[in-house]
Design a protein around this ligand. Structure first.
Ligand code: NAP
Ligand code: MG
Length: 507
C-alpha cells in the first residue's frame, strides 16, 4: 500500500488560495523597517514556492547590509528615545494583548498563509500554529507587568554609613531574532513575545522558505499600535542578512532557532561583540517504551510524536526504544499508522500530512533513508517519495538499525522513525543519552516508580511521560548539550531578554 495515494489512486490538486490571501501574496516585496513598508535598497527579491506543487507563488525582498543597518538604527532609536522608551509595563501589556486579538481576528488567513508557505495542512495551522502564536502573545503580555528585581542585605561597611542595595532588571536592548521554517508564525511569537514584554526592540528574520506569515504579522504590529522601530522585519538570506545581524555592533542580543550547525556559527560570530545569545537547536529525541503499556496506545502516540508536522519538529520523537516483550506489536502498530497517513496538499481538507518544506529538505531526508538502507536497515513503512510533484516523503519506519548509523545519530528533520528493541533499563538509558543532542525525550509507562526513576537519568530539557511534543508557554523549553543555550517560555524566557543591574547606594 502506498500511503501517498488516496482511494482513487491520485493525489488531489492544491486548491486555489482565497482572494484575500492571493491579494496579500501579490503585494510588492517589502521590508518592515521603522514602522514603514519599504523596498530592499538593492531592489533584489527572493522567490517563494508552494512545497505541495513546487510552483512559485510569490516573492519577498532580499534584505542586504544597508537594510540591516537601517533596521538596527530604527530599533536602537526606538529603544532609547520615543514612546517605547518611556512606555509603562501596562502599556506594553496592552499592545501585546491587542496583537493577539488581531491574530485571532485574521486566524483563517494566517492558517492559509502558513499552509501554502510551509506545506503543513491548513487544519494543523489553524489548531496549532495560529492559536499557539496568539496565546503566546497573550501569555507574554501578562509578564510585562510582572518583571521584578530584588533587594538584599550586604556586609558592606563604611564609617557612619549605611547601604541600600538592590538588583534591577532592564531590557537587554536591541535584539536580532532569527527563526526557522517549521513553525514560522509560532516561532516569531516565541521570539517577539518575551522580548517585547521585557521592553526590548527587535529585528525579526524569518526563514527564506517561509517569510509570508511574518510579513502578515508586520501589518498587525502596525495596526496594534506598536511605536515605529520597536519591531522590524527583514526577509532575506541567512548567510547575508542573518549573518550581518549577528555581526552588527548595534545589536545587543541574538536569539536563534534552527540547526545546530548554524547555531554554532552564530555563537562564534556573536562572541566578537560579546552579544547575549540564546539558541534553540536540533534534537534526536528518544521515546522509551516500558513493557507495561498497551502497545496499540503507544503506537498511536509514537506515530504522532514523529509524524506531526511531517517530522519537521526539533523535539520530534525520532528514536523509538521499545522493550523486547512488546516490540513487535508496537512496531506493527506504528508502521500501520504510518502507512495510513493520507498525504496531500495542505489546503485540501482530506490531507493529513503535507509535503516537506523544500526540495532540499526532501532530498536530504531521502538521502538519509537511502544511507540507512545501504547500511543494513530494513524499511517497515514508507521509505520513498510518492511519484508526484511537490516535496513529499512517505512516512517512514526503519528497523534493524544500529547505534552507529547516521539515521540513528543525526537529526533528519523529516518523517523518519528508527525503532530499536531493548531488554535492560541501564542499556536503554545509555542509548537514549548517546547523542550530542538533549532537547526532548518521552517515557511510556504506567509504572510511577519506574517513570520517576528514569526521569532524572535522561539528559534532556523536556521529559514527557505518556505524551510527546506538548509545549506550554509557562513550561521552560530548551536543550541540554548541543541542543542549545537558554530556555524559552515562562519567567526564564523574559529574563533572558533582560540585563541585571546591581545598585549600591551609600546613605
Ligand atoms: P538553518 O540554516 O539553521 O535556518 C534557520 C534560520 O537561520 C533561517 O532563518 C536561516 O536563514 C538562518 N541562517 C542560516 N545561516 C545563517 C547564518 N550564517 N547566520 C545567521 N542566520 C543564518 O536551517 P535550514 O538550513 O533551514 O535547515 C537545515 C537543517 O537544520 C534542517 O535540515 C534541519 O535538520 C535543521 N533544522 C532544525 C530546526 C530546529 O528547530 N531544530 C529548525 C530548522 C532546521 P535561511 O532561511 O536564509 O537559511
Ligand atoms: Mg539554511
Amino acid at each position: 500500500m502506498n500511503a501517498s495515494l488516496n482511494s482513487s489512486g491520485s493525489m488531489p490538486a492544491q486548491p486555489a488560495p482565497s482572494a484575500s490571501v492571493a491579494k496579500f501574496f501579490a503585494l510588492k516585496p517589502r521590508l518592515f523597517i521603522n514602522g514603514e513598508w519599504v523596498e530592499a535598497r538593492s531592489g533584489k527579491t527572493l522567490p517563494v514556492y508552494d512545497p505541495a506543487t513546487g510552483q512559485q507563488f510569490g516573492a519577498v525582498a532580499d534584505a542586504g547590509l544597508e537594510d540591516v543597518d537601517r533596521a538596527v538604527h530604527a530599533a536602537r532609536a526606538a529603544l532609547e528615545t520615543g514612546p517605547w522608551s518611556t512606555m509603562t509595563p501596562a502599556g506594553r501589556e496592552a499592545l501585546l494583548w491587542r496583537l493577539a486579538e488581531l491574530i485571532d481576528r485574521d486566524a483563517a488567513e494566517f492558517a492559509e498563509i502558513e499552509s501554502l508557505d510551509n506545506g503543513k495542512t491548513r487544519f494543523m495551522a489553524s489548531i496549532i500554529d495560529v492559536p499557539g502564536a496568539s496565546n503566546y502573545f497573550r501569555y507574554m503580555a501578562g509578564w510585562a507587568t510582572k518583571i521584578t528585581g530584588t533587594t538584599m542585605e550586604t556586609s558592606l561597611q563604611a564609617p557612619g554609613a549605611k547601604f541600600h542595595t538592590y538588583v534591577a532588571r532592564e531590557p537587554v536592548g536591541v535584539v536580532a531574532q532569527i527563526v526557522p521554517w517549521n513553525f514560522p508564525l509560532a516561532m516569531a511569537a516565541w521570539k517577539l513575545g518575551p522580548a517585547l514584554a521585557a521592553g526590548c526592540t527587535c529585528i525579526l528574520k524569518p526563514a527564506e522558505q517561509t517569510p509570508m506569515s511574518a510579513l502578515r504579522l508586520g501589518d498587525l504590529i502596525r495596526e496594534a499600535g506598536f511605536p515605529a522601530g520597536v519591531v522590524n522585519i527583514l526577509t532575506g538570506l541567512g548567510e547575508s542578512s542573518g549573518a550581518a545581524l549577528v555581526a552588527h555592533p548595534g545589536v545587543d542580543k541574538v536569539a536563534f532557532t534552527g540547526s545546530t550547525d548554524v547555531g554554532k556559527l552564530i555563537n562564534k560570530s556573536a562572541s566578537d561583540t560579546m552579544k547575549r545569545v540564546s539558541l534553540e537547536l536540533g534534537g534526536k529525541s528518544p521515546m522509551i517504551v516500558l513493557p507495561d503499556v498497551d502497545p496499540q496506545t503507544v503506537a498511536g502516540g509514537a506515530s504522532g510524536a514523529i509524524f506531526f508536522n511531517a517530522g519537521q519538529v526539533c523535539t520530534a520523537g525520532s528514536r523509538l526504544y521499545v522493550h523486547s516483550s512488546i516490540f513487535d506489536r508496537v512496531l506493527e502498530g506504528v508502521s500501520a499508522a504510518a502507512a495510513a497517513i493520507r498525504l496531500g496538499p495542505g489546503l485540501e481538507q482530506a490531507t493529513e500530512m503535507g509535503p516537506l518544506v523544500s526540495k532540499e529538505q526532501q532530498e536530504r531526508v531521502l538521502r538519509y533513508i537511502e544511507s540507512g538502507r545501504k547500511q543494513g536497515a530494513s524499511v517497515a513503512a514508507g521509505g520513498d517519495a510518492p511519484s508526484h510533484p511537490g516535496y513529499f516523503v512517505n512516512p517512514t519506519v526503519l528497523v534493524d538499525v544500529n547505534p552507529d548509523m547516521s539515521v540513528v545519530r543525526e537529526e533528519i528533520f523529516g518523517p523518519v522513525l528508527v525503532a530499536q528493541r531493548f531488554d535492560d533499563l541501564d542499556a536503554v538509558v545509555k542509548a537514549a543519552n548517546d547523542t550530542p543532542y538533549g532537547l526532548g525525550a518521552s517515557i511510556w509507562t504506567n509504572n510511577l516508580s519506574a517513570a520517576h526513576r528514569l526521569i532524572p537519568r535522561i539528559k534532556a530539557g523536556t521529559v514527557w511521560v505518556n505524551c510527546h511534543n506538548l509545549v506550554d508557554p509557562n513550561m521552560p523549553f530548551g536543550g541540554y548539550k548541543q541542543s542549545g543555550i537558554g530556555r524559552e517560555h515562562g519567567r526564564v524566557a523574559v529574563e533572558m531578554y533582560t540585563e541585571t543591574k546591581s545598585v549600591c547606594i551609600m546613605i
